[in-house]
Design a protein around this ligand. Structure first.
Ligand code: C5P
Length: 235
């Protein structure tokens, strides 16, 4: 009998955006729809994997009732970090599709921030959130444990100085993940749409063995042959 390709594998997918509270009624958020992460979670489940979906803020319904998918809800980057740290050690594959806020308000106001009589504008200061992807890669490097394959995402507009692929190549190296999926954004591209065109960048780390399957066989996930492949299709 032919086993589905990801049978016996555990896949962790993060999806959607994080929401960083400012006061009880306000937050900083982003435009992530969650569609790409959900599509990947469903695809992995259909391929036989046990999937843990860490779901942030999304425009669409999380797949709560699909066999092989468990859904964990998070809102903030700190909650996402705690969830990833808890489940990543047991994962064969980590797909970091979530749009994690890079910054959060330095202070949370327990009471709603009010307009003042003197008309002064409030100043919001921000601090960095942890880079969950980079720290998971570092942890795997230091401890020799963790997901066999770690996939990062990039949403780049490019600039006058650099095209999106160059920026993504640099990000792949900086974060140290095994694969990087580049979504080009801007001019109504990508966010919320049902179709996208992506570039998949592969790192040499993909061929370094770290962990074998429960039955001792080699990992069945294989990289694309070339360093950059372009795929078009429904998410
Ligand atoms: O640096 P940038 O936000 O473009 O990186 C995107 C990738 O890094 C995504 O895979 C995202 O899930 C991850 N990320 C993260 N922690 C952050 C910011 C991004 O894990 N604080």
């Amino acid at each position: 009998e032919v086993q589905p390709p990801l049978s016996g594998r555990t896949v962790v997918v993060t999806a959607g955006g994080t929401r960083e509270p400012l006061d009880p009624v306000r937050y900083l958020g982003n435009r992530s729809s969650g569609k790409q992460g959900i599509a990947l979670a469903e695809t992995a489940a259909a391929a036989g994997a046990q999937v843990h979906l860490i779901a942030g803020i999304m425009d669409v319904q999380a797949p709560e009732h699909i066999a092989n998918i468990t859904v964990e809800r998070i809102e903030t980057a700190a909650q996402l970090q705690a969830a990833v740290q808890r489940v990543a050690p047991q994962a064969d594959l980590l797909i970091m599709a979530a749009a994690v806020a890079d910054f959060r308000p330095t202070a949370y106001a327990a009471q709603k921030i009010k307009k003042t009589e003197d008309g002064e504008n409030p100043v919001i200061t921000l601090e960095r959130n942890p880079d969950i992807l980079a720290e998971t890669v570092q942890h795997r490097r230091a401890e020799g444990t963790g997901p066999r394959v770690i996939v990062g995402f990039a949403a780049e507009t490019g600039s006058a100085e650099a095209d999106p692929l160059e920026l993504a190549q640099a990000k792949l190296l900086r974060k140290g993940c095994d694969l990087l999926v580049l979504n080009q954004v801007g001019e109504a591209l990508v966010f919320g749409r049902d179709e996208t065109e992506i570039h998949i960048l592969t790192s040499p780390t993909l061929t370094a063995p770290t962990r074998s399957a429960p039955d001792g066989s080699a990992p069945t996930l294989s990289a694309a042959d070339s360093a950059v492949t372009t795929r078009r299709g429904t998410k």
